[in-house]
Design a protein around this ligand. Sequence first.
Ligand SMILES: [Zn+2]
Length: 297
Amino acid sequence: MNEKLTACPLCNSQDHKLYLTGEDYFLTNERFDIVECLSCGFRFTNPRPTVASAEKYYQTKEYISHDSGEGGIMPALYGIARHFTLRIKFKIVRRYSPGGSILDIGCGTGEFLHYCQQKGLVCEGVEPAGKAREFAEKKYGLDVKTDFLTGIMPTKRFDCITLWHVLEHIHKLDETLKKINGLLNRDGVLIVALPNCNSHDAIYYRKFWAAYDLPRHIFHFTRDTLNALANKYDLSCIEILPQKLDAYYISLLSEKYKRNSPDYFRAFVRGLQSNSKARNPQIGHSSEIYILKSKIS
Ligand SMILES: [Zn+2]
């Protein structure tokens, strides 16, 4: 079952226009519209699955096991990228948050938190997907809650909160961001990684762009709309970092959706071009990491 939003989740304006019609290339082949708010430019999937009906779009082995290292060249590439990104993610956390505690929302099977734990951080996670959560708890002994809004005590405080490609999936955006701001310690840092639908590869592949990931992604951010969102919740963006590998990975998936087979050469060229055009601040990278701090401290 789908729900139709009448107001923009970012600025509440009632006026929006169709931006593009895409497809769930990954799983169901159902079509979904992305609309653009005429007032603030925010793009969101509309209509979108309800919280209850969204579950069926995640029910595939492959989606969960982006992580679990099964055969094939795509998972293998993903595995290599993941190893690098674990280190890179931790370095980013350390650079901006010298404190000792971290909450990872949407922690999946817990590899990143496990890495942080080994480096001495006090870790907590949130993961709604049952199998992934159990894996994180059993294999790494992590403390993982099912639901962020009900599972994490509002009196808790963290030095760092991370959402690695998670915010674009969250229905209760409003409550989530309000709560996050309250959970940050003085000088605490919020780290949010997101696809950027103004990037060169997004504009080039248009409806085939894999990072729309419809209908699992219900929000489609740009630098401007992420900054507007941050402002709304008294957060300010202190830096934007690139995720350069994503330009190649997303281009490869997009080629697969567009031509029914992955074209490594085309994807490589497109990824290269995307990273080169990203120097223009109006464009940015395929995926980016936003470092945010609370304005209230
Ligand atoms: Zn709006």
